[in-house]
Design a protein around this ligand. Structure first.
Ligand code: NAD
Length: 130
């Protein structure tokens, strides 16, 4: 199946966070196929050991930009840690400046941290019978 082929979003501008690989890159490519110009961002620093697995690099983010451009759409990429408010403000200004506005936002950035449910609910103060 070719995702994005059935939608017509010609002329729209989309922003995908966490777009350097995985689902984020796939959604950026699908939106480009549907006609969007793309802003893509990612933390783009392979990791300081604080996360349970390595995050993406600037090269990964550049590869997403290339994949969108190969579909004939505009693509701009910039690093952004979505947990840092100042980074997000800069990202929004960058999108406005480079692409003139925003129609579609995919907040995809994130990690999966496997934790034992009981310990997590205790730490959050949530009652749990498990
Ligand atoms: N793949 C799954 O089965 C699954 C299941 C449930 C939820 N999700 C969620 O979907 C999203 C994408 O999953 P994926 O499998 O493509 O993961 P992935 O790890 O391949 O991609 C996530 C991207 O987000 C980036 N990222 C992480 N923290 C960031 C931050 N603070 N700021 C900016 N970028 C950041 C990473 O560098 C990476 O490029 C994630 O949010 C994940 O938690 C995925």
């Amino acid at each position: 199946m070719t995702y994005g082929a059935g939608m017509d979003l010609t002329g729209k501008v989309a922003l995908v966070t966490g777009a350097a690989r995985g689902l984020g890159r796939a959604m950026a490519v699908a939106l480009a196929r549907a006609g969007c110009d793309l802003a893509v961002s990612d933390i783009a620093q392979s990791g300081d050991g604080a996360t349970p697995y390595a995050l993406s690099s600037r090269d990964d983010l550049a590869e997403t930009v290339r994949a969108v451009e190969q579909l004939g759409r505009r693509a701009v990429g910039t690093p952004c840690d979505v947990t840092v408010a100042a980074d997000v403000a800069k990202l929004m200004a960058f999108v406005e400046e480079q692409l003139g506005g925003l129609d579609v936002l995919i907040g995809n950035a994130g990690i999966v941290a496997a934790r034992r449910w009981r310990r997590w609910t205790r730490r959050c103060g949530t009652a749990s019978s498990t």
